[in-house]
Design a protein around this ligand. Sequence first.
Ligand SMILES: Cc1ncc(COP(=O)(O)O)c(C=O)c1O
Length: 418
Amino acid sequence: MRRESKYFQKLGQELIKAAKQQDQYDLDTINLIAPASPTPMKYFYNLPLKHNAIAEGLLENRPYAGVEGFNRIERIAAEAACKLFGAEHANVQPHSVSQANQAVYQALLNYGDKVLAMRFDAGGHLTHGMSRNFSGIFYNFNFYGVDENGWLDYEEIERKALEFKPKLIVCGASSYPRIIEFDKLAKISRRVGACLMADLSHPAGLIVAKRFPQPFPHCDVVTLTLDKTMLGPHGGIVLCKSDLSQKIDKAIHPGVQSSVPLRRIYQMAQCLIDCSLPWFNDYINQVIRNIKIFEQKFNQYPGLVVTGGSDTHLMVLNTFKVFGLTGMEAEKLLESLGILTNRQVIPGEILKPYVASGIRLGTSWITARGYSEEETGFIADIILQNLADPTNTSLQMESKDNLKKLLKIKRKNDVWCE
Ligand SMILES: Cc1ncc(COP(=O)(O)O)c(C=O)c1O
């Protein structure tokens, strides 16, 4: 018994040490992982809500006593989400976007129904029909890709839709760097009698700042999260037209989940209200100015930037074609300097997905930490120099030092540390 308590004491110490190390690591690295963004500390500390209440059931319809406060908070979050995204109905309960997508499929489809979605190598997500994901296991997915330059080809999507006759068309992606023309996809969906769903986890913040097309009224259902370009907590949101609201709500509860922590709903409401303020538009505009700097710098190497650039917060580089480095090698080389990216399959991928031909980078995190064009250009130069000369150890040491100096500078508009 005594030995056990020592064991757990040691585990507790280890836990604190690991958390502190991770915190320090986050401060000591340049994070260019596209979905990464530092959630402002104000969403975690000094909450007026002290208790971690959990409640089961849908808004206004819970099989519990004492839930009026819970309803009020969730109502505010749902109302703010509708207002920001122009939706008629919002459900903020899903624990994640994977779960939100699961609920949408459950609401709109029967087992084995046909769905047309974006292929994984073109930028689609696991939950858009990957064979080993629940989506690919339970439903009959077929895919559209991108043209030889990496762009969505709406005529090709229409041809596929007419041939396959899906019940649902899914758009939205994890690594597609261009805008999505929802109006065109809505026309195709109507022509084949399908519903249109958009998974907008990535460009959510750009939609709020009106730097990306508005999904409504074109889409029937939208799923998204606040933890990528909205600088908020993790979790999923489903937005839809009012005629689908009951089906969607029931698919979330009791369909795929039971209870929800109120603190997360509170933090989501806080984030949604915050993102309606002018600072958020300024933030997104800077995210885009920073990606344009990447575009300019990386385009010094023809063929490096998939689609030749980006309209969003992210871009994909074909490192294998230009530098002979797999995505895995490029990711590890940059990680050794203190720059975080992720290996990324590219359209028409020829390598195994775990190795991949490219890397994906985004500007959400660095912008939130207060970096503007000058620092972004500096980082891009370091990336290019090292990818072009991957065995130059003195260059690596110099780059590491320069990045450390950059990280030491405190910025007044750093949302993370404010
Ligand atoms: C397009 C897209 N959909 C869904 C998800 C899954 O989100 P979650 O991790 O919240 O389940 C991601 C995550 O990166 C994503 O990029």
